[in-house]
Structures are given as structure tokens and as C-alpha cells.
Write a protein that binds this ligand. Structure first.
Ligand code: G3P
Length: 225
């Protein structure tokens, strides 16, 4: 079963999408949060109000040393609750922090993953998810699907799941799920495009025209009254 998350801090958009699409959570990163148009405390409160106890909440550390990442993760978990995941980039300090956070019972998403060996290192230290960056891999000429398949193979004896990230189009999104990623986080525009097809819209219009030609404005249940 594929879990789909929204890679966005646009909570109004998330609310709109959550009405019709079963999302599993919200992911953000420092770049996403740097674009918000309100104070950070308001944005964090908005995310909490929307997702607390209901959706996964993934927020990236803004610290660099393992001990400080742990302290930040503890504070963020106390605020966001049990569905919180601290996103930690896979560096040497990050890997140490992943181990420390896991020992403290804090969910970890190892992020900025660009190789299967980075994913393995994060899994060994207890990460719940590894987040390979699909589009960024393709931007430098690497085969993102191959990386996902390799991660899948290396992680088969670990609890760690793949939360694929960094998508620019629906083809990447679909293919990575077909490669076996357990989860993917996508920007709202990619998610919206993934469920759109021009021929569906045309079909709906054609059905309406045919119906009105025969039955005017009456509805199908009117025949049962
Ligand atoms: O949240 C991390 C990841 O989704 C980054 O995506 O589009 O900036 O490569 P992008």
C-alpha cells in the first residue's frame, strides 16, 4: 500500500486535497518553510492544528551537530506529538543524530538521500524512513529508479521504509511507486496533476449534455418519487 504525503507548508491547499485524497501526512524542509508568508510560529501552529494525531508531520532539523539535533527533535516532538518525524540529512553528524533520536523514541526520516549506501547507513541507525531525492538524482544524470530498487534490496531486512521525495512530474511519481517505494511525498501540483485526465473531463461534459437533451434538469432519482 503506497502512502502519499504532501511536500508543502500550504495548509489551506492540504485541507482542500485531504477532502478527496487520502494523504498520510505533511513534509516540509527549510526551503519550503523559507517561502512562507507569515511568522514561523503561526505556520507551525497551523501545521499542528491540521495534522496533530491524524497525519504524519515531518519537519527538518535546522541544527548541524548530533546533540543539538537531538535537543531540537525532542522539542519538536513535544510540540507536534506522536506522529512527528524529525528529518535529518544523511551526513556523519546526521547519522549520529539518527541513532540518538531513535534511542530516545523519536521517529526519524533520513533525508537528502542520494545513494543506496546512505540509505543503508540510516537504516542501520534506526531511521523509520529514508527519503531519496528522485528529481535531484535525475538532474545529475543518475537513474533514480535504479537507486530505489537498490535501496529496496539493501533495506529488505530493516523496518525502514522508503519515503521518496523530490518529484517534478507524475511520471517520476508513478514509476517510483512501481519500483516499490512504500511512500512518496509530492508537491500539491504534482498530486493534482496525477489524478487529472482531459478525457475524464470531456466524458463528464458529454454525459451531462446527453442527459439534459433527454431529461432536461430532472435528476435520475426523480423517476423514483
Ligand atoms: O522535501 C525534500 C524534497 O522533496 C526536495 O524536493 O523539489 O526541492 O528537489 P525538491
Amino acid at each position: 500500500m503506497s502512502k502519499i504525503l504532501l511536500d508543502s507548508a500550504d495548509i489551506n491547499k492540504a485541507k482542500e486535497i485531504a477532502k478527496y485524497y487520502s494523504i498520510a501526512g505533511i513534509t516540509t524542509n527549510p526551503s519550503i518553510l523559507s517561502k512562507i508568508d507569515k511568522p514561523l510560529e503561526e505556520k507551525l501552529a497551523e501545521i499542528k492544528e491540521f495534522a496533530y494525531d491524524k497525519y504524519e508531520i515531518h519537519v527538518q532539523t535546522t541544527e548541524n551537530s548530533a546533540q543539538k539535533i537531538l535537543e531540537e527533535a525532542k522539542t519538536l516532538k513535544a510540540y507536534f506529538g506522536e506522529t512527528f518525524f524529525i528529518k535529518i540529512p544523511v551526513t556523519k553528524e546526521g547519522l549520529e543524530a539518527i541513532r540518538l533520536c531513535d534511542k530516545e523514541g523519536i521517529n526519524v526520516t533520513a533525508t537528502a538521500v542520494l545513494s543506496a549506501m546512505q540509505a543503508l547507513a540510516a537504516a542501520k541507525n534506526g531511521a523509520s524512513y529514508v527519503a531519496p531525492y528522485v528529481n535531484r538524482l535525475e538532474n545529475i544524470g543518475q537513474d533514480a529508479e535504479e537507486v530505489i530498487v537498490e535501496i529496496k534490496e539493501l533495506l529488505k531486512d530493516y523496518k525502514t521504509e522508503i519515503l521518496a521525495a523530490s518529484f517534478k512530474n507524475v511520471k517520476q511519481f508513478k514509476n517510483i511507486l512501481l519500483c516499490g517505494a512504500e511512500a512518496a511525498t509530492v508537491a500539491p501540483d504534482v498530486l493534482e496533476t496525477s489524478i487529472w485526465h482531459p478525457y475524464t473531463d470531456k466524458s463528464v461534459i458529454d454525459f451531462e449534455k446527453d442527459w439534459e437533451r433527454k431529461f432536461n434538469s430532472s435528476k435520475v432519482v426523480d423517476a423514483l418519487k
